[in-house]
Design a binder for this molecule. Structure first.
Ligand SMILES: Nc1ncnc2c1ncn2[C@@H]1O[C@H](COP(=O)(O)OP(=O)(O)OP(=O)(O)O)[C@@H](O)[C@H]1O
Ligand SMILES: [Mg+2]
Length: 280
């Protein structure tokens, strides 16, 4: 939103003179009007599997025939290109628009990783630049009309998720956690963020929930189990499902083929989450 000439409030809630929308505002609005569902993947905690879950859900939905966009707004630590095997491929442009990666048939992907001069380049950006870049990803990318736009956020409640929820008013959050209290404490902050930002929570996913021994099939609850489910019940939020600890997830993410050779339990868990999401 452009700044108001009259009162200089960003959103002009205290001024009746709404500023004229900028060309970028209009482009964002036009794109978002062609997206049926907007899902923001977030967590107060780092490393709980947000990017993995975002990529897995995006690929599974696209395999079911939905048109899906996957937008990585983790500007300092983009993981989506790596998980989908797109690292090192530059983003192309057509006219004044960026062309998202086309991953298999129905999945379009945009990430800052494809704009970096080299794979290991660090981005030293502060708030206003980050906000501008995320808005450009929405306004200046040649997205198709989408059934789902899935947005992978960095951990916490900083500039990136805030920009996303302020720019996409009808977004819903999916909050990813691991089962132990130290992760849940941070996740409660994410839920509080959603409440303050007035965005509904589509559900909680409990990742790294139990390890099924491939030899004896006994379940070992390495990070405990059930914490995310309990939190969802406590807050009256849908629980979308649990994903077990599966060493093959690490292998598949590292190899750029996220659903490759996952255990039967992991495949079932992911399918169940997508089913719950579709029934939500
Ligand atoms: N269920 C799981 N079992 C085993 N490994 C997992 C599982 N989920 C994710 N991982 C692995 O854990 C690591 C962290 O996952 P990921 O990058 O998706 O987390 P993140 O929450 O996006 O991290 P960040 O906060 O840095 O963005 C990756 O190596 C990933 O392959
Ligand atoms: Mg991540």
């Amino acid at each position: 939103m452009s700044e108001c000439d009259n009162c200089s409030h960003e959103d002009c809630t205290s001024c009746n003179n709404k500023p004229e929308p900028s060309e970028q505002d209009l482009n964002i609005e036009k794109f978002l009007s062609q997206v049926k569902n907007k899902l923001v993947i977030m967590s107060g905690k780092g490393g709980v599997g947000k990017s993995t879950v975002a990529a897995d859900i995006a690929v599974l939905l696209s395999k079911k025939g939905f048109k899906v966009g996957l937008l990585d707004v983790d500007l300092h630590g983009p993981s989506i290109a790596g998980i989908l095997g797109l690292t090192g491929i530059p983003i192309n442009t057509v006219g004044n628009k960026m062309l998202p990666y086309q991953y298999k048939d129905n999945l379009e992907v945009m990430t800052v990783q494809g704009l970096l001069a080299d794979n290991d380049a660090a981005l030293i950006w502060r708030g206003p630049i980050k906000i501008g870049v995320i808005r450009q990803f929405l306004a200046d990318t040649k997205w198709s009309p989408l059934d789902y736009l899935i947005i992978d956020c960095p951990p916490g409640t900083g500039d990136e998720p805030l920009t996303v929820v302020q720019t996409i008013p009808d977004a819903k959050a999916i909050v990813v956690t691991t089962p132990q209290e130290i992760a849940l404490a941070d996740v409660r902050k994410s839920l509080n963020f959603c409440e303050l930002a007035k965005i509904p929570v589509a559900g909680i996913i409990e990742n790294m929930s139990g390890f099924v021994c491939p030899n004896c099939h006994t379940v070992h609850n390495i990070f405990k189990s059930g914490g995310g489910e309990k939190l969802a019940a406590e807050k009256h939020i849908s629980f979308l499902g649990k994903i077990p600890i599966d060493p093959q997830i690490v292998e598949s993410d590292d190899n750029g083929d996220p659903l490759d050779k996952l255990s039967k339990e992991t495949n079932m868990a992911l399918e169940n989450i997508v089913k719950n999401l579709l029934n939500n």
